[in-house]
Design a protein around this ligand. Structure first.
Ligand SMILES: *[C@@H]1O[C@H](CO)[C@@H](O)[C@H](O)[C@H]1NC(C)=O
Ligand SMILES: *[C@@H]1O[C@H](CO)[C@@H](O)[C@H](O)[C@H]1NC(C)=O
Length: 168
């Protein structure tokens, strides 16, 4: 029995979930995930400086698939993409996990991006459902994402798609 337990303990645990040891670190990361949503919905993109490393690589999906290299490229892209839209990025299920024995941290976050119709589209909404995958790194005591990938659930945007093609 003891022998079996020992064997089990030595098996690789690659697929196991390992929480962060530091609740403070985890809280900071969760806060920064939320800060991203606030930055986009208030169009206060300077907040992104606290979320991503200057050289972060961001991969957005879709027909206009974009791989953005660095914060300036991200801000330019989002500035254009959000102009004229009233949005709320709703983040829900969130998992923050240790990916190696030291400072490797990944997070997985569910997203519903709500685009609220204005003017003659008032009362209807377009939605994107997806998941953000981030790789975090600690620089000078601050956690920042150095890589983010957004994956959308099929079929992509749903609801009143006219909203997406008519920015105000
Ligand atoms: C962490 O996330 C990156 C990027 O999504 C992925 O390549 C890597 O496999 C993840 N690490 C673990 C241990 O899940
Ligand atoms: C809705 O309003 C936009 C301008 O805000 C206009 O271009 C469009 O033709 C209007 N659509 C309808 C169906 O009234």
């Amino acid at each position: 029995m003891q022998f079996l337990l020992l064997i089990t303990a030595l098996l690789p645990t690659a697929s196991a979930f390992t929480p962060l040891r530091s609740a403070t670190d985890e809280l900071q990361i969760r806060n920064k995930l939320s800060l991203y949503a606030i930055a986009l919905d208030t169009k206060n993109l300077v907040l992104l400086d606290q979320v991503f490393t200057p050289d972060a690589v961001i991969v957005y999906p879709g027909p206009a698939a974009s791989i953005l290299h660095g914060l300036p490229a991200l801000k330019t892209y989002l500035g254009k993409a959000l102009t004229g839209f009233v949005t709320q990025h709703t983040l829900s299920t969130t998992v923050v996990e240790q990916t190696d024995g030291r400072e490797g941290v990944n997070s997985t976050v569910y997203l519903v991006a709500n685009y609220l119709g204005q003017g003659n589209l008032t009362g209807s909404v377009a939605y994107f459902h997806g998941t953000y995958f981030d790789v975090w790194t600690k620089q000078k005591g601050e956690w920042k994402s150095k890589a983010r990938t957004l994956e959308l659930l099929p079929p992509g945007p749903v609801g009143n798609l006219a909203i997406l093609s008519s920015p105000n």
